[in-house]
Write a protein that binds this ligand. Sequence first.
Ligand code: ZN
Length: 270
Amino acid sequence: MSWGFEEGKVYNRRSDIHSKFGGQQQGGIITPVQHPLVIIVTGEEGLSHGYADRTRADGVFEYFGEGQVGDMTLQRGNLAIASHSAEGKSLLLFRKTNEGLRFATEMVYETHHLERAPDREGNERSAIVFELRPLTAVVEKTEDGVATVNLAESLEELRALAKAAVIVGHQDVTTVVRNVYQRSQDVRNYVLARALGNCEGCGSPAPFSRKDGSPYLEPHHIRRVSDGGPDDPAFVIALCPNCHRHVHAGADGDIYNSSLLDRMVTIEPR
Ligand SMILES: [Zn+2]
């Protein structure tokens, strides 16, 4: 569920999206003014021009930007996609079907590249192709990945990496150094180093060591990645397995999660 939309369920563009959130009635990128939301629709539009959005083998979804004729530019809807994380906006992907718009899932912008593709009039032009990851994959990478901490790096260096801003909207795409997805690894490394081997929830020492000798703790996103900034270490806490299950499976999991958010004010001052 994201913004009341259930994955796989079909919605009516007018009554379920525009009447609730507003936004442009036409086109594949909808940017409601009153809500921190960017809605993108994948469907026939590109097909009729001779190209199509697609999912790569590595799980990245490639989405063609907007612009009917001539070179696409990183403005308006295209800029909204590239900057959604930095602006704290959710990016929701819908698939156009005969019945309506089927909600796919919430995505995270990773980067984009330029590609030659025909425009509406059949002329070759430069098209912006966004590389998007499902939000769940980004969260999983931080929570379930393996830490790759280089012991030579100080806590401050790890923190600087984790806090490094994603360069958004820059003309030269090669200058995007660390994208949101790559950064989730930096955040993981930093948060585990910050915990100094103790659960940041209950304070207990990690219950056991990993095979590499490091204390076993699990990074947990207190808020979702898309809430208020991309993968900010101020919203990721290192928990012992017990506390982590408490949040996800406990009857009072939500309350416990809120108390962890309060605790972060002292753990990671913003
Ligand atoms: Zn704990």
